[in-house]
Design a protein around this ligand. Structure first.
Ligand code: SF4
Ligand code: FES
Length: 326
């Protein structure tokens, strides 16, 4: 029952980070208050040594890049799609599964930074495509940016998917990919990645409160089987979804499910199907700094455990088990 807990940034150019300096490192025992080496999850580099080599201070963290909006279209009323051109070094860093950025307008302050998942990376045009659900003050401010105007992008960040290691190891497997509402946008790079590795994919889509064919244009490359299913019924998994999943698991041999939608969907599927499917799901934590400092993404668990979900990488089972909701 040992929980494998990872840090998405461990061993990267951004590690060691501020958490090492304050004795809160997610992986290194000596940089989290212990006096001996108890590294259960070797990442190919000694974080303590890196910290000493760097003069006992954290490395510089992600920078904010300038970008230009080169295309602005509405996918549906309330969902804005932006194509943004920016530095190639940022664009290349966003090719990893689970990548996201923080966006804000040039005229707003840093606390307007809004975390947005990547829908598409276009290396030739040195651009990314993102889809934004217009909801509150941050997204409305971004909506105010027009074509050919500048936008600020902080990144690259990578912890947009829990269970990403398992997901990126799947090949020649049978995988169910399920998306609901705006969650359909970040499942598109996942789908492309799974198909590249020769997986057979069954796609389940529920557009939620949006029109039924949302993101159909972006999904036109997908020729496999798909079902448009209402996934919820009175807050529980619908009968139609359960029947579909049971058929895919028991009759057709599907063995993994990736869920890109609200936590309640991932939680219910985890509860019902954790013994018959391996799982991965989108990270829906509310993020502000993305660097493990501000605490807005923190979740509390029994045993006085706090996980900063912008950095902690864990399996969906361990994401919901023992989580305190109040
Ligand atoms: S928390 Fe992560 S990024 Fe920060 S020092 Fe530890 S392993 Fe490195
Ligand atoms: S978003 Fe600030 S600590 Fe995670």
């Amino acid at each position: 029952m040992y929980e494998v807990k990872n840090c998405i940034d461990a061993g990267s150019e951004y590690c060691p980070c501020h958490l090492a300096k304050t004795g809160e490192c997610i992986i290194c025992s000596q940089l989290s208050g212990k006096s001996f080496c108890d590294c259960k999850n070797w990442k190919g580099t000694c974080i303590l040594q890196e910290y000493h080599r760097n003069g006992n201070k954290p490395k510089s963290q992600r920078r904010t890049y300038n970008g230009t909006v080169i295309e602005k279209v509405y996918e549906d009323s309330g969902i804005l799609k932006l194509k943004i051109k920016s530095s190639i070094s940022l664009i290349k860093g966003l090719k990893r599964l689970g990548s996201f950025v923080f966006l804000r307008s040039e005229s707003s302050q840093e606390f307007y930074d809004c975390p947005i998942s990547i829908l598409k990376v276009d290396e030739e045009e040195e651009a990314i495509v993102v889809a934004i659900e217009i909801r509150g003050i941050k997204t409305k401010t971004i909506e105010g940016i027009n074509e050919k105007e500048d936008i600020l992008i902080r990144g690259p960040f990578w912890n947009g998917i829990f269970g990403v290691k398992k997901l990126s190891e799947l090949s020649n497997d049978k995988v169910i990919v399920m998306g609901r509402g705006i969650g359909i946008a970040p499942l598109i790079p996942v789908l492309k990645d799974l198909l590249r590795r020769n997986n057979k994919v069954f796609l389940i889509l529920d557009s939620g409160e949006f029109k039924k064919d949302i993101f159909d244009g972006e999904l036109s490359f997908f020729q496999g089987e798909r079902g448009h299913i209402k996934v919820f019924d009175n807050g529980e998994l619908s009968k139609e979804l359960n029947e579909c999943l049971l058929d895919l698991i028991n009759t057709q041999g599907y063995s993994h499910i990736h869920i890109s939608g609200p936590d309640i969907l991932a939680y219910n599927v985890t509860k019902e199907y954790k013994n018959s499917l391996t799982l991965s799901c989108s990270n829906n934590a509310k993020m502000c700094c993305g660097e493990g400092v501000c605490g807005s993404c923190s979740s509390r668990y029994s045993g006085h455990i706090v996980k900063r979900l912008c950095k902690v990488q864990c399996e969906p089972n361990n994401l919901f088990e023992g989580r305190r909701l109040i």
